[in-house]
Design a protein around this ligand. Structure first.
Ligand code: FES
Length: 216
């Protein structure tokens, strides 16, 4: 599957597809926090050699604040990384949310076995997703604020696809009644240290490949 040119679809004028890295923050962090995050995010940019090879992509998440999303490009795909707060993690388990999701228990093959759990992740606080909508391939926007005025009082925080309105929660699980059929994929990754993420390489013992998911 090919995906649409997201330069037409990203919902922030500050965000451009050509950027290798960008950050998105929740409303509570504010614009100042977003701007101050840029310098250290830039320092995490890997070498051109690593990018060209499409090899494992190491990232230091030490300074990614709770509630903040970082987006990197790996093998030409946007990868969302979110530092989820305890409140977000509690929300992910609520029956009132689970009953609104199409595949709340991640039974569809859209993630490696090590992310087939309630948080769809290795470490619950860190969400790692391929940021490509499973409908027609746009890049969903980060909408972490519960009750976001655009999405209504029952919105728990998540992602909104700007193309046809598909919605996902903060584990990348798709809501019922939207065009997207599947949860957002989880790429291969592991942690080399507490906040030392390596995208593109499984934990020891796993042979998961992103090409094995049902749909990107
Ligand atoms: S591409 Fe996301 S809703 Fe259509």
């Amino acid at each position: 599957m090919t995906y649409a040119d997201p330069s037409q679809n990203l919902d922030s004028p500050k965000v451009k597809r050509r950027d290798f890295l960008y950050v998105a923050t929740s409303a509570v962090l504010g614009i100042g926090a977003a701007l101050s995050a840029w310098p250290f995010i830039d320092q995490m940019e890997p070498s051109a050699d690593v990018l060209a090879a499409g090899g494992p992509l190491p990232l230091d998440l030490t300074h990614v604040a709770p509630g903040q999303q970082v987006v990197v490009k790996w093998r030409s795909k946007p990868i969302f990384i979110v530092n989820r707060t305890p409140a977000v993690l509690a929300e992910l388990k609520k029956p009132s949310l689970l009953s609104r999701l199409r595949d709340p228990n991640s039974q569809q093959m859209q993630q490696p076995a090590y992310a087939e759990n309630w948080s769809r992740s290795i470490k619950p606080e860190y969400l790692v997703l391929v940021g490509i909508c499973t409908h027609l391939g746009c890049i969903p926007g980060y909408k972490p604020q519960p009750g976001d005025p655009q999405l209504g009082p029952t919105w728990p925080g998540g992602y909104l696809c700007p193309c046809h309105g598909s919605r996902y929660d903060l584990a990348g699980r798709v809501f019922q009644g939207v065009p997207a059929p599947l949860n957002l994929p989880v790429p291969p990754y592991h942690f080399a240290g507490d906040a030392s993420l390596v995208i593109g390489e499984n934990p020891k013992g796993s042979t998961f490949q992103l090409s094995s998911v049902e749909q990107i």
